[in-house]
Design a protein around this ligand. Structure first.
Ligand code: SF4
Length: 198
């Protein structure tokens, strides 16, 4: 099977590639991530994805456009609803992967996003299946989360850069802003209190 594997970054690619090769599938890596900011972070993740591909001797294709402005145009209307913003982000990356796979004679596509324990797995799966149908190419589904620790160990052995936030400027703020985290804790406490009263 000729498989295009969308890569969100190097570390998240470690387990999926290992598993696919165990199953006799040799994928081509595809880096397309307009959601990563700021520029130096995007560049670092791109370089690490390339480093991973070279060390693993895997074919690799990268879309090298840095798309902060386009991302903001799409994300700002959805900001405030994490689900809405992330849904847009999954859809953008998975649609482009399905489109690329279809236009370049791949049999199927998948994504290392299905390795992450932090993403909305079932939502991404539904989105990927929709685009597979739209572009006439198969979606290769596998729940790579099972290899979470294995992937971490492999990425450390390969000395890959391991990022500390998801990718967009909003996720960077959510990761580091003390006031935002305090507010979120307060909101969660209030939700819990209302649930107990119901
Ligand atoms: S938090 Fe992650 S998945 Fe959600 S919009 Fe930002 S980069 Fe995309």
């Amino acid at each position: 099977m000729k498989l295009l594997m969308h890569m969100c970054c190097g570390p998240c690619s470690c387990y999926p590639l290992k598993k696919l090769r165990t199953d006799g599938i040799e994928p081509t890596g595809y880096f397309f991530n307009p959601n990563i900011h700021p520029y130096k972070e995007w560049e670092e993740r791109l370089q690490n994805a390339r480093k991973f591909a070279e060390l693993s001797e895997m074919d690799f294709i990268a879309d090298e456009a840095y798309s902060l402005r386009d991302f903001l145009k799409k994300a700002l209307p959805a900001e405030g609803m994490r689900k809405g913003r992330c849904q847009m982000c999954y859809a953008w990356r998975l649609e482009q992967t399905a489109k690329y796979a279809s236009e370049h004679a791949f049999d199927a596509f998948t994504s290392t996003l299905f390795y992450s324990i932090y993403q909305q797995h079932e939502l991404m799966r539904a989105v990927a299946e929709d685009f597979a149908a739209s572009y006439g190419v198969s979606f290769y589904y596998e729940d790579f989360r099972i290899g979470w620790q294995d992937g971490i160990d492999l990425s450390k052995e390969m000395d890959l850069y391991r990022q500390s936030y998801c990718g967009c400027v909003f996720s960077e703020e959510e990761r580091y802003s003390r006031s935002l985290r305090k507010l979120q804790r307060k909101e969660n406490k209030e939700k819990k209190r209302l649930r107990l009263m119901a």
